[in-house]
Design a protein around this ligand. Structure first.
Ligand code: RNT
Ligand code: ZN
Length: 424
């Protein structure tokens, strides 16, 4: 598409949106200001940099062996930058604790310090990409029995408590480095494959572990390190019982002033999260969203522009709650070009957000208030046919990123030039 064609399509689209009382310029300005955190773990199939031979545990799996997986921190960061160059708007980068770099040395996870993340922080500053952080409670011998912070083995539980405390200090250092908050998200895999007779004691231990980790005595500044806790329904090998369930974490977060994290793939297969947002955000200030796509037993497929994602952003825009969200991608697919996976999910997320921002809210609310249900549904249906793509293409053009699927060309070139050379 030529520049003129893109502009002409946008102008025509604006006429249609304006007729419904929508201001597309305002929508695009709002879209450009919403930060999206890109998860580093899509680039290397959640392998981490700690131990090249280690396998992924914790009930999550990355299947596939598409060529070009990042083999070290430099490759991973280069790949993230490539992806980032094809995504508009404000980007952040989400790093896991087992992506620390110690120049060949091995630093135990309970002894990690900001020093192992200086490369990430330097890179962050250089490219203006703020960092978010996650302690890593999986892919480790001390997690092999399926329990970490809820473990009955005090030695193991203490180890992971120290890891959690260490990670909050690292997140705080990242925040200082970037002059703005760093989201530090806690997810643990703890659970059991089959029916536990005692569901209570592991939860009591988990509460105790978190009380120790989030103890104010550690002096972590809540404006710098944003503590978030992520629930899950089940994992591979923990199908029956997950200690950190949705109810557990929601209650814990509310009681202790932490931020809940909702991962879109962490609920029953037909359970969606858009209805939860207005409920949860009534009682807490912020929510971290892991934008993901569950399929059957897998919670982490590449995000696409589907109804689930569209409904989430519609809710957030309708509730004027965008600024109360931290948005982060979370999925891992090793069976396709990994840069493509990042770009697909990020763009789909932003498209869903744009669709929400272009919704004719005044007209819709007017129908609802007048009790005109058919009118409201008709208008919602009409919205599905409005030219979102024309506005999106114009946005990409003004943001200096490829329009339509032109980004594929850049991804293919990078695959030939860089990724294919990594084999062997
Ligand atoms: C796992 C959680 C968690 C992880 C990352 C790697 O089910 O969603 O967020 O995906 O921490
Ligand atoms: Zn997640």
């Amino acid at each position: 598409m030529t520049r003129q064609q893109i502009n002409a399509a946008y102008t025509a689209a604006c006429t249609l949106y304006r007729a419904w009382g929508v201001n597309p310029e305002q929508a695009l300005a709002a879209l450009a200001a919403v930060p999206l955190s890109l998860h580093c773990w899509q680039g290397d199939d959640v392998r981490g940099l700690e131990n090249p031979g280690a396998s992924l545990t914790g009930g999550i799996v990355a299947t596939g062996n598409y060529p070009g997986v990042a083999r070290n921190g430099d490759e991973l960061r280069a790949d993230m930058l490539k992806a980032s160059s094809l995504i508009a708007g404000v980007k952040r980068a989400n790093v896991h604790a087992f992506y620390g770099e110690a120049d060949g040395a091995r630093v135990a996870r309970d002894r990690l310090t900001p020093a192992q993340f200086t490369r990430w922080m330097r890179w962050s500053k250089q490219h203006g990409i703020a960092l978010d952080f996650n302690p890593t409670f999986f892919s480790h011998p001390h997690a092999a029995a399926g329990m970490t912070l809820a473990s009955a083995d005090e030695h193991i539980r203490r180890y992971w408590i120290r890891h959690g405390i260490a990670c909050r200090a690292i997140a705080q250092a990242m925040a200082e480095n970037q002059g703005g908050p760093c989201v530090c998200n806690f997810w643990i895999p703890d659970g059991t494959k089959d029916v536990p007779v005692d569901r209570w004691t592991p939860r009591a231990r988990l509460v105790d572990s978190y009380n120790r980790i989030f103890d104010p005595a550690h002096g972590v500044d809540p404006r710098k390190c944003i503590d978030t806790v992520e629930a899950k329904l089940f994992g591979i090998g923990s199908e029956e019982y997950t200690v950190g369930s949705h109810e557990f974490y929601l209650a814990y977060a509310l009681k202790h002033g932490l931020t809940p994290c909702l991962d879109m793939g962490h609920f029953h297969p037909t359970e969606t999260i858009h209805d939860k947002l207005s409920a949860i955000l009534t009682f807490c200030d912020k929510v971290l969203l892991h934008v993901s796509r569950g399929i059957r037993w897998d919670s982490d497929h590449i995000v696409l522009l589907n109804d689930d994602v569209k409904n989430v952003f519609a809710e957030l825009v309708r509730g004027q709650a965008l600024h109360r969200m931290y948005l982060a991608l979370d999925y891992f697919d090793a069976s396709v070009n990994r840069i493509g996976a990042w770009v697909l999910g990020a763009r789909a997320t932003q498209q869903a957000l744009l669709a929400a921002l272009l919704e004719p809210q005044a007209a819709l609310r007017d129908c609802e208030q007048r009790g005109d249900g058919a009118g409201k549904l008709a208008l919602l249906e009409e919205c599905k046919l409005l030219p979102l793509g024309a506005v999106w293409n114009y946005y990409c053009q003004t943001q200096g990123v490829p329009v339509g699927v032109e980004w594929l060309e850049a991804v293919r070139q990078y695959e030939t030039r860089v990724l294919r050379k990594r084999q062997g």
